[in-house]
Write a protein that binds this ligand. Structure first.
Ligand code: GLU
Length: 402
């Protein structure tokens, strides 16, 4: 009995595996604080839950077209006009089961075997695997010390085989939000070099200070033509388990994703489409609960950053998303960030994600999408753990995984 090479080589998502492990430990009676997974701890907005209930009660739960219902695609097109500007049509939108699903659809639609895709480090765990599953070659590009983009490194990484660049702003795992100038510069580079710019905007709404996150699709016309926007309900609307999102791009790309998904998954979930559509059609294109949720994330962010600072840990200022990514290099032994996180879970019951999962082994990721009490407890445990951590005198020098 032999599995395919593809299946043998793909590893379980580190974020999901760690979350499952932390939950299993808690179930077994261990006192665990889980700051691993990035999942809002807020209720799904009322308007979305009511739309879902009405849909189920009315029995309108049959298949929809593979690209989503016409009304849903229209709603996303209007939402894009409000949030990204310009004019959008339904043909430029394909509804997917999640933003992760939208990403895999876009990568499969655009990437041929051996095509290279630039991943800007630190990069979210699933990018590298999704590119490999499509037969493409993930090419890691180091970023700046503050986790912003290093354009010289990006330009050096481009080869005749480069097909696309993956942009994730606000970033998972750093919370870094690209400036308008940085997005414009990357967009221009993609136009000049004939590359697709795949823009994962799942954290778009979660920006707490400074300028909002600019989408490349809201810049020049020629940049928008090269841009593939990915977004969904999970993070901004606290709708993780609903599994609903979309691809928005040139209609040939949207149609390609639709064709792929018609075979691979059939159609997006009917009930979740109704719920997401209701959320998008709320006044201001978002449910009223979102403002309070974002304000609470910001409160937690400030608290967590001041705690990390008090521990003497340096982290890039997370203007967006709900992660902090401190440098813990001086506490690492030869097992790197994975060993550190294993030890912390073992001795303190504190679950964090090792930076190695994102291609930067000198850091760890903390998700502050959890209560203030849990964040306070997590930082107490982290401080205790680090204060007693025995590290070899010859501390490892900067590591870069992948
Ligand atoms: N994207 C979230 C995270 O990084 C959820 C888990 C996942 O899909 O990776 O924690």
């Amino acid at each position: 009995m032999k599995l395919s090479h593809r299946a043998q080589e793909v590893s379980l998502s580190v974020t999901l595996a760690l979350d499952a492990k932390a939950k299993a430990l808690a179930l077994s009676g261990r006192d665990v604080v889980n700051m691993s997974v990035g999942e809002p701890d807020f209720d799904t907005p009322r308007v979305a839950r009511e739309a879902a209930t009405t849909t189920i009660r009315g029995g309108s739960v049959r298949y929809t077209p593979a690209a989503g219902t016409p009304a849903m695609r229209q709603a996303v097109a209007r939402y894009l006009e409000t949030t990204r500007g310009g004019v959008w049509s339904s043909e430029e939108v394909t509804i997917c089961h999640s933003t992760k699903h939208a990403l895999s659809g876009a990568i499969h639609a655009l990437v041929d075997p051996k095509d290279e895709v630039l991943l800007l480090l630190p990069a979210w765990v699933s990018y590298v695997e999704i590119v490999k599953l499509a037969g493409g070659v993930p090419v890691s590009v180091p970023g700046r010390a503050d986790c912003g983009p290093d354009f010289a490194a990006i330009e050096r990484a481009i080869t005749p085989r480069t097909k696309a660049v993956l942009l994730n702003s606000p970033s998972n795992p750093t919370g870094y939000v690209w400036t308008r100038d940085e997005v414009a510069r990357l967009g221009r580079l993609c136009v000049e070099r004939g590359l697709w710019l795949i823009s994962d905007e799942i954290y778009r709404r979660l920006v707490y200070e400074g300028d909002p996150n600019p989408s490349p699709a809201s810049l020049a016309r020629d940049v928008r033509e090269r841009t593939v926007v990915l977004d969904g309900a999970s993070k901004s609307f606290a709708m993780t388990g609903w599994r609903i999102g979309f691809v928005a791009a040139h209609k040939s790309v949207a149609a390609a994703v639709e064709r792929l998904h018609s075979h691979l998954v059939g159609a997006p979930n009917t009930v979740s489409q109704a719920a997401y559509m209701a959320a998008l059609q709320a006044p201001g294109s978002e449910p009223e609960e979102v403002v309070a949720m974002v304000a609470e994330f910001d409160r937690r962010r400030r608290f967590l950053m001041s705690e990390l600072d008090a521990m003497g840990l340096v982290a890039p200022n997370p203007r967006g998303a709900f992660y902090a990514f401190p440098n813990v290099e001086r506490y690492l032994d030869a097992r790197g960030s994975i060993g550190l996180c294993e030890d912390m879970l073992e001795s303190e019951g504190l679950a964090l994600v090792p930076g190695a999962a994102f291609g930067v082994d000198t850091h760890v990721r903390l998700s502050y999408a959890t209560s203030m009490e849990k964040i306070a407890e997590a930082t107490r445990r982290m401080r205790r753990f680090l204060s007693t951590r025995q590290v070899p005198l010859a501390s490892p020098v900067t590591r870069r995984a992948r």
